[in-house]
Design a protein around this ligand. Structure first.
Ligand SMILES: Nc1ncnc2c1ncn2[C@@H]1O[C@H](COP(=O)(O)OP(=O)(O)O)[C@@H](O)[C@H]1O
Ligand SMILES: [Mg+2]
Length: 250
């Protein structure tokens, strides 16, 4: 993407430069982090990348096979061609409250899968997000309101992964995860990249997670990218306030 901007206008705040001139290139099968404090513009940038928010300016292209597709162009010849290959876990994700976990996962693939196969796939992705096999089995018939917040979040992540998208955008995936689950999700992401060549864009203020999982990261402040590099190099540039909010240990 280059020159990407998103400006909002509001009566109280005037012009809000949520995203303010971003040039960014993310490689195939890269695990790329976008880090910054709350309000830096990360969610807006991820929504623009997915085509959910129209940028005020700039170009975004995604490579599909041999072609580059213009994501700012709506419809089946524009970003509609790419959307089936993209997956996104929203910061404010939701599950279908009236479907059990199996229903939530298999609806997401909406394929005419034989029941046994659908169930196998569901168990497979539940294991990928850190549940053991026995527990994953017991989860299938539970409804979202019977799960803890952290469990729901992992089911939502599984719902994205079961579609096997080529590019996966995760907005604050570790917010509700305990440290052990976080390690399991780190392993799953790296395994998915190695085995399925998936590309991950991970939006996070959890610098420890980004250090563990990402190949490169971009530091955002006030809608701009200040630095792109090895996550370890990003840590060096954090302000004391960013360190306090984004790192648990220094
Ligand atoms: N729909 C919107 N209308 C007005 N302002 C918005 C909107 N979405 C985001 N913003 C503003 O843009 C800035 C960046 O927000 P966001 O992208 O959510 O940041 P982050 O995800 O890094 O916390 C914030 O100041 C936020 O209030
Ligand atoms: Mg956000």
């Amino acid at each position: 993407m280059d020159g990407v901007k998103k400006h909002y206008y509001s009566i109280e705040r005037g012009v809000v430069k949520a995203v303010d001139g971003i040039d960014l290139e993310i490689g195939e099968s890269e695990i790329f982090g976008i880090v910054g404090l709350s309000g830096a513009g990360k969610t807006t940038l991820s929504r623009i990348l997915y085509g959910l928010t129209e940028p005020s300016n700039g170009n975004i292209e995604v490579k599909l096979g041999e072609n580059w597709i213009d994501m700012t162009q709506k419809g089946p010849f524009g970003r509609g061609r790419v959307i089936p290959y993209l997956g996104i876990l929203h910061q404010e994700y939701s599950l279908y409250p009236h479907r059990n976990v199996l229903g939530n996962l298999t609806e997401a693939i909406s394929l005419e899968l034989p029941a046994e196969f659908a169930k196998m796939k569901a168990i497979y992705v539940l294991k990928a997000v850190g549940f053991d096999e026995e527990y994953a089995n017991s989860l299938l018939t539970k409804y979202p309101d019977e799960l803890s917040g952290g469990e729901r979040h992992r089911v939502a992540l599984a719902q994205v992964l079961i579609k096997e998208p080529n590019i996966i955008i995760l907005d604050e995936p570790t917010g509700t995860m305990d440290p052990i689950t976080r390690v399991q999700v780190t392993d799953s992401i790296q395994r998915a990249r190695d085995e399925l060549n998936q590309t991950f864009v991970i939006i996070s203020h959890d610098m420890d997670f980004v250090l563990d999982v990402c190949d490169r990261a971009a530091l955002m402040r006030g809608g701009k990218i200040l630095k792109i590099g090895d996550p370890v190099e990003i840590v060096e540039d954090l302000t004391p306030k960013e360190k306090e909010k984004m790192l648990t240990e220094e």
